[in-house]
Design a protein around this ligand. Sequence first.
Ligand code: FE2
Length: 411
Amino acid sequence: MLLRDVRLPEGTGPVDLRMVDGVFAEIGPGLAPAGSEKVVQGHGRLVLPPFVESHIHLDSVLTAGQPEPNHSGTLFEGIERWAQRKTTLTREDVKERVNRVVRQQAGFGVQFVRTHVDVTDPQLTALHALLELREELAEWVTIQIVAFPQEGICSFPDGRALMTRAADLGVDVLGAIPHFEFTREYAVESLNFVCELAAERGLLVDVHCDEIDDEASRGLETLATRAYELGLGDRVTASHTTAMHSYNNAYFTRLLRLLSLSGINFVSNPVVNTHLQGRIDSYPKRRGVTRVKELTEAGLNVSFGQDDICDPWNPLGTGNLRDVVFTGLYVTQMMGHDQIVDSYRFVTTNAARTLHLGDGYGIEVGRPAHLVVLDAQSWYDALNWNAPVLASYRAGRVIARTEPVRREVLF
Ligand code: FE2
């Protein structure tokens, strides 16, 4: 089929996209329809590669208030509330909630999702459910699973064995949570364990790293050092890193050299971390979001994630990554014109790099014909006016459609 008259984010003028057998066959201006080829008019609208959710916890979605709300709004009460809910998990319960949310995300143009799944559960109930869903939904969404030790590796009974079992069961990525471990030694040990296991198994690493307002939380330096020394480099991701918000500038400047040497990726979750962090500050209250601007300017790869949808850590959330970028730009003060224009990368190409999607992603001849069409002519307008994703194409086939709202103002 031929999708005519669309705009690419970096392009100067309208182009046409030819998709044949699920792959981009030709891209350029003024392509002529071949014989009985189906033609769809884009009317000059913006086309992006699909949105990539680089950080979410699908196992806990839609559980807010079960069995009770997170009254303090802190990360640590969230972990307590989830520990209660976790005892009632069944495979059917997880699958029913995730099935609903994945379809909601699909409507917003998300086709790639990295989900953390709590493996501090001797039964690994949520992990089994997500492993099944990864296969069942593969035609519509690519799910990458992180074995996430929510209650620690060294500080949780059989934590190491549970991580190893998760690796045996076929997760894509190994996680850790150094700031939740009992001691600094355990934090370091947990990072060593995970990096070595990942290197041995050929898995990626994505650590909940220093998600706390404690300026002394320095798991990141250990993670980056291991990534550098084991040659894991960009196979490693540091998520959250909110303590970096509180680091002194002398320390941060020194750290930046190591981060650049290591080549690791960063994921910031600006919506959820502005909600969870700074909770035990009086005034002034810290925003608690990592230094996205400085990391980006240093050439490091940063993406944005939603993190949580209606769960113990976030009572709200829809999965629409436009909202995450919109909030993220304000919170990180990346409001310059070029920063706004480039910000689609946080939830598309940068996130794709973190997930190692490689040639399976991007609007280029020979790659799978995955794309979204937005009801706007530019990302600037799409972002500002909250333009819907009119159509989401996966391998050349429409998998989600939205009719724009028609509003009448009567004066
Ligand atoms: Fe998270």
